[in-house]
Design a protein around this ligand. Structure first.
Ligand code: IPE
Ligand code: IPE
Ligand code: MG
Length: 249
């Protein structure tokens, strides 16, 4: 699989559609606060935005759509908020299990799943089994839950060190592909475009290894307000970029 590229289709205006778009779904809490609502209300609307944008991405030919839904650091939030987020994951995972075959979208969950409630882990397993039955032409929507870029790299190092210790791998044989292949994203090409709404200009531990040559797009729009037009603006901006990958163009 080539590392970088464009999706098969172009949008109606003839623009190239990135093959892999990733989004940090940020700003739900501020969206709710502005309206005097509990933070959980912002998460609920943000989840609807996820559905709208994921569907649109599939329709315009984005092969891989990856979202940051819950970080390894988000456990430090009040229990009430964490519980509300877990309830949303339950709801959307159930929906995914019921509809992904008909929609032709493989929903996959990336992250350290061990601390998640048992019933959510069972739903994730069910979704993975259905995703495995979908052909390679299916679009992939990946939801990063209890995901941290550093945690992911640490786990990859442990896995590779285990292979070395078992005598299966010599340290001189470790390549960049060995590391990419030990990450949660082993089955995905690197992201071409990473969008962060909500006005924050930081990575917050998202796709640290995979973003080496991603194009970033930052916008002040809060995720629950993010529309198809905002996505199109990001894609238009992406089309203006000159991606050189360290070479000369
Ligand atoms: C993103 O929105 C959702 C999660 C991190 C789970 P936030 O909840 O971080 O919203 P803000 O940043 O407080 O507005
Ligand atoms: C990043 O947003 C994590 C997710 C959107 C899931 P945060 O709101 O947790 O990040 P910080 O705290 O602003 O860096
Ligand atoms: Mg935030």
């Amino acid at each position: 699989m080539a590392l970088f590229g464009f999706g098969k289709s172009a949008s109606p205006e003839g623009r190239q559609v990135p093959r892999h778009i990733a989004v940090t779904m940020d700003g739900n809490g501020r969206w709710a606060k502005k309206r005097g609502l509990p933070r959980s209300a912002g998460h609920a609307v943000g989840a609807e935005t996820f559905r709208t944008i994921a569907t649109y991405c599939k329709d315009i030919g984005v092969q891989y759509f990856t979202v940051y839904a819950f970080s390894t650091e988000n456990w430090t939030r009040p229990k009430e908020e964490v519980d509300a987020l877990m309830d949303l994951f339950r709801k959307y995972l159930r929906e995914a299990v019921e509809t992904m075959a008909a929609r032709g979208v493989a929903v996959r969950i990336l992250g350290d799943l061990t601390p998640l409630p048992e019933d959510i882990r069972a739903l994730i397993q069910e979704a993975a089994e259905i995703a495995d039955t979908l052909g390679s032409s299916a679009a992939t929507a990946s939801l990063c839950i209890n995901y941290g870029g550093r945690d992911e790299i640490k786990n990859a190092v442990r896995q590779i060190a285990g292979q070395v210790q078992a005598g299966l791998l010599d340290p001189s044989e470790i390549t960049e592909d060995t590391i990419s292949g030990a990450l949660y994203t082993a089955h995905l090409p690197d992201p071409d475009l990473i969008i962060r709404p909500s006005g924050e200009i930081r990575l917050s531990n998202f796709l640290l290894w995979q973003s080496a040559y991603a194009e970033y797009y930052f916008t002040p729009v809060l995720w629950p307000d993010f529309t198809v037009k905002d996505l199109e603006d990001a894609i238009t901006d992406f089309n203006r970029r000159s991606r050189r990958f360290g070479g000369v163009k």
